[in-house]
Design a protein around this ligand. Structure first.
Ligand SMILES: [Zn+2]
Length: 132
């Protein structure tokens, strides 16, 4: 997987300390709150099975950095046939808009962050997931 560098090309948000980046890790993102809550059951029409089935959070992100824009998905899998379904986390987003700590968490398939998205109603709604 390619390494991501902001190397100053993304101007305007440089000169940030590690502490600021660390503080940003939960700012505006799911996580922190409701840590005890179980992840939400998600249902989706499976392209493999041809019917609506429960999909499970794989805990894996897919990052596609392409020049000046980045796509990030969280991968869910059909409980029955493991058919994958990518839920959009970021779509054609400028790398400078994504806090570095979060971006690294995506690349490292941070399980806690994946679980946090799995508990985020807004995230699931945005992806037109059906859930209980
Ligand atoms: Zn399936």
């Amino acid at each position: 997987m390619s390494h991501f560098e902001t190397d100053g090309k993304t101007s305007g948000r440089s000169c940030r300390s590690m502490n600021q980046q660390e503080a940003e890790k939960t700012n505006g993102f799911p996580g922190g709150e409701n840590r005890e809550q179980a992840s939400i059951r998600v249902y989706h029409r499976c392209g493999g099975c041809g019917k609506k089935l429960e999909f499970l959070n794989s805990g894996k992100f897919r990052v596609n950095a392409n020049g000046s824009s980045v796509d990030v998905w969280l991968i869910y899998r059909c409980k029955k046939c493991k058919h994958s379904w990518n839920l959009t986390v970021y779509e054609r987003t400028k790398p400078s808009k994504i806090p570095r700590a979060i971006f690294e968490a995506f690349q490292e398939n941070d399980g806690e962050l994946a679980a946090a998205f799995g508990r985020s109603i807004d995230f699931l709604k945005k992806n037109r997931a059906e859930f209980k």
